[in-house]
Design a protein around this ligand. Structure first.
Ligand code: KG4
Ligand code: ZN
Length: 352
């Protein structure tokens, strides 16, 4: 089946066309081909403001959504009429941004008579690992860490999971972004901090490991952020090396918290496989540290390609495939800004 995915939850306008084959039995894909995958970044628009400006983001989406969709269909070499399923992000995210993509998808659905499935963005991040060569087995443990959330899920099937840990305050990516802002490193902060950290000493500063001392597998990153802010206030980094050391030490504290909690949860639930997703999963130090620590414990780690960790529409198209039985057209289908109370991806609901 040919799936057109659209993603506009934050500041990237993304579209992708996937051809997915399945045996129809377990509902799992037997073959996934990415025919085209485009991300139109708005980074330059938001850079001067040190973060995403929602009003500007939705305006840029309005400008970009039609050209990006036309371009992705052209790149895939197909007409819209050949598409079997539309999948568009419904939430969580910025409402103005979501409204542009989701209403555009509704209009396409109505005009071209193609069923539409509304996709939860976090379900998209959970699906990104299925875009790789090796398919995960079930149950597995999934860490999703991005700018909006950081959670650990015990995943029983592509559409069934339970949350076993979450951040109590800042998301991991948000911590990267806030620390980058106070260091004057621009937005988004994660890629720039990880680039600087590569030349730094991770043991130069003894920042608190960003995890809760209580039972369970929750995270907390606000104390770490405050510690970095205090350090910078007292001793602003003098020169590129000190800045690199600061970035490396901060990054190490985040990575240690993510790796420790993920592997502790894997041991607790006796799962032998761990997957990651979300923008922070593109971080090279996290990928390396998790792989190394997991190998020592005999746990398999599946890492999506870096471009499928940050926001993209291929993961939304594949999540749409998983929820394809809920596709249809619901004129009242609406977007939502916040994750569900329990942080689980929301089911697509009736129609959309
Ligand atoms: O998944 P994503 O693209 O968007 C959201 O759903 O939020 O994640 C974006 C977040 C940003 O906070 C960004 O700073 C972070 O992921 N990020 C990284 C890296 N690349 C992106 N964090 C650490 N290291 C990276 N290499
Ligand atoms: Zn995301």
């Amino acid at each position: 089946m040919l799936i057109l995915g659209l993603e506009t939850s934050c500041d990237d306008t993304a579209a992708a066309v996937l051809r997915v084959q399945s045996d129809g039995q377990a509902g799992l894909p037997t073959k996934v081909e990415i025919l085209a995958d485009l991300v139109q970044s708005q980074a330059a628009t938001h850079l001067p403001y040190g973060g995403v400006v929602p009003e500007l983001a939705s305006r840029r989406h309005l400008e970009n959504i039609v050209p990006v969709t036309e371009a992705v269909l052209a790149k895939a070499g197909i007409e819209l009429a050949a598409v079997d399923l539309l999948a568009a992000t419904r939430g969580p995210g910025l409402v103005g941004s979501l409204l542009v993509g989701f209403n555009f998808a509704k209009a396409l659905s109505l005009a071209a008579r193609i069923p539409l499935v509304g996709v939860d963005h976090i379900a998209g991040h959970l699906a990104s690992v299925f875009l790789g060569e090796r398919q995960p087995t079930f149950p597995h443990l999934a860490l999703t860490a991005s700018g909006g959330h950081s959670s650990l899920f015990l995943v029983d099937s592509p559409t069934s999971c339970q949350v076993v840990g979450r951040t109590r305050d800042d998301a991991a990516g948000e911590a990267f972004d806030k620390v980058a802002k106070l260091l004057g490193l621009g937005y988004p902060g994660g890629p720039e901090i990880s680039r600087r950290a590569a030349a730094g000493d991770p043991s130069a500063y003894d920042f608190p490991r960003a995890r809760l001392k209580t039972e369970g597998f929750d995270f907390s990153f606000s104390g770490l952020k405050t510690a970095v802010a205090g350090q910078v206030q007292q001793h602003p980094p003098a020169g590129a090396q000190e800045l690199a050391d600061l970035c490396a030490s901060f990054q190490e504290a985040v990575v240690a918290a993510l790796v420790n909690q993920t592997l502790a949860a894997a041991a607790h639930f006796a799962v032998r496989e761990v997957v990651i997703g979300g923008g922070v999963a593109a971080n090279p130090r996290l990928r390396q540290s998790l792989s190394q620590a997991a190998r020592q414990r005999g746990i398999r780690v599946l890492l999506p390609r870096q471009r499928f960790c940050t926001d993209n529409a291929a993961m939304i198209a594949l999540a749409g495939f998983f929820y394809r039985h809920q596709a249809g057209f619901d004129p009242d289908g609406d977007v939502y800004s916040r994750p569900a109370i329990n942080q689980l991806p929301r089911p697509s609901g009736q129609g959309v």
